[in-house]
Design a protein around this ligand. Structure first.
Ligand code: GKR
Ligand code: MG
Length: 424
């Protein structure tokens, strides 16, 4: 089998005014949709970052893939390395809170984008679900968690009608958001994105969630926006309320010290984002759970290797998410289904995306009982809806955003907003 055509389509879709440690989401999130076609008539799909630096790498790599056998993933990695080495470092800038857009991740995230598409094509060629190329499913459904955000009612300047979620700032509003997510999707675990408002208020929201959903495992994620002192103080207030404490404070050393002084299980998608950081984290005992993300960990097979390493060192595994659509959700589901030691429900932003903004046929993928089901369909089991892809590509062309900038967006609300870390 040989690749005969590669398409990378940048898209944009509406994103809610979600608050985080950096600032606030812009009205549109960017992604790229990868399609490969082969001389055997098979196709392969992938989804990745849509920021300009990431797109530049994807575009440069795609030209070199014609003629490649999609089974030759080692050669794919070699091609990606070569292309990135030839590109100027300036083409690989970083976006706040999106580890995959860091310059150091250029190879792993571009490789991942095409690896998923190649694995999809391989699996379609063999007429098996993609997970079978990863050793087969150890579970047929993958659990995800309700991912709560503090948010405003609508974006500044009202670029479009307000979403149906409404404002979420108070304890009652956060509980209401959780209730809707749980009713609509059946999630059993709850994560609160924090680091945006006063830490005491964010902890009070966790307490309110605990009262409202006494059996649900809870996590809070301030994205490293709390100093060690604040993280220690909040740990005391939180007591035993959490399943894990996600990136409360910055740095491997800070996390190690926090764990040493509290004994709390710490999770991360910030301080362990590659194998070198993994090694250093093990030496320091910085984290007890790694939130993997195939988009920047170098694809589905490297994510399996990461899980294996976690197993070796007695570290838990789950998954991190940025704003994404169904191809990413399904790729996450296939790899998560193959990871025996997946110890917690995975993160996903998927419920935040609008029902009519999906690029796969049939619209948004169902999440039922908090889980995404694997099907027996070949590959990822997804087909592109060309009208929808065209519509979201047009939105990309007109939306005016080329790189995620939560800090800049917050300055539209608060011109004096500074990107301070840790803020509290
Ligand atoms: O979308 O605002 C956001 C999140 O904060 C995201 O950027 C993070 O990467 O969800 C992520 C996390 O768990 O840290
Ligand atoms: Mg996180």
């Amino acid at each position: 089998m040989k690749i005969t055509r590669v398409t990378v389509t940048p898209i944009a879709f509406k994103d809610a005014p979600l608050l985080n440690a950096a600032g606030i989401h812009e009205p549109y999130a960017l992604r790229s949709i990868i399609e490969i076609e082969t001389d055997s008539g098979h196709i392969g799909l992938g989804e990745s970052y849509g920021d300009a630096p990431a797109l530049a790498v994807l575009d440069a790599v795609k030209r070199e893939l014609i003629g490649l056998d999609p089974f030759h993933l080692n050669r794919l990695r070699e091609i990606v390395r070569g292309v990135v080495a030839r590109m100027s470092p300036a083409s690989a800038a970083r976006a706040e809170l999106a580890p995959g857009s860091h310059a150091s991740k250029a190879v792993s995230n571009a490789y991942s984008a095409f690896e998923v598409a190649c694995l999809d094509a391989q699996a379609r060629y063999l007429n098996v679900p993609l997970v079978d190329l990863l050793g087969g499913a150890v579970r047929k459904e993958v659990p995800f968690s309700a991912y709560l955000f503090f948010k405003y009612t609508e974006h500044i300047d009202s670029p479009y009608a307000p979403d149906t979620w409404g404002e979420a700032i108070s304890e009652a509003q956060i509980v209401e958001q959780a209730r809707r997510m749980i009713n609509d999707y059946g999630f059993e675990s709850i994560k609160l994105k924090a680091g945006a408002l006063e830490p005491e208020h964010e902890v009070a929201c966790i307490k309110a969630l605990k009262r409202a959903f006494p059996g649900a495992p809870l996590r809070i994620d301030p994205n490293g926006n709390w100093s060690l002192d604040t993280a220690l103080r909040m740990a005391e207030l939180l007591g035993n309320d959490l399943q894990y404490y996600e990136d409360p404070t910055p740095g491997l050393e800070g996390m190690a010290e926090l764990h040493r002084r509290t004994g709390m299980p710490l999770a991360t998608n910030m301080v362990v984002t590659d194998f070198d950081e993994f090694r250093r984290s093990v030496a320091l005992n910085s984290v007890q759970i790694v939130l993997a993300d195939h988009h920047y960990w170098g694809g589905l097979r490297d994510t399996q290797q990461l899980a294996r390493m976690c197993d070796t060192f007695g570290i838990g595994v789950s998954m991190h998410s940025n704003s994404h659509l169904g191809i990413s959700l399904m790729a996450m589901t296939h790899v998560a289904a193959s990871v025996e030691n997946l110890s917690y429900a995975c993160d996903t932003h998927y419920p935040w995306q609008e029902p009519d903004e999906e690029v796969v046929k049939g619209g948004k993928l169902p999440i039922r009982g908090g889980c995404v089901q694997l099907s027996d369909a070949p590959g990822l089991g997804l087909e592109i809806d060309r009208d929808q892809l065209g519509k979201l590509h047009e939105l990309y062309q007109t939306c005016g955003i080329r790189q995620r900038d939560d800090v800049g967006q917050m300055r539209k609300y608060r011109p004096d907003w500074r990107n301070v870390k840790p803020r509290y």
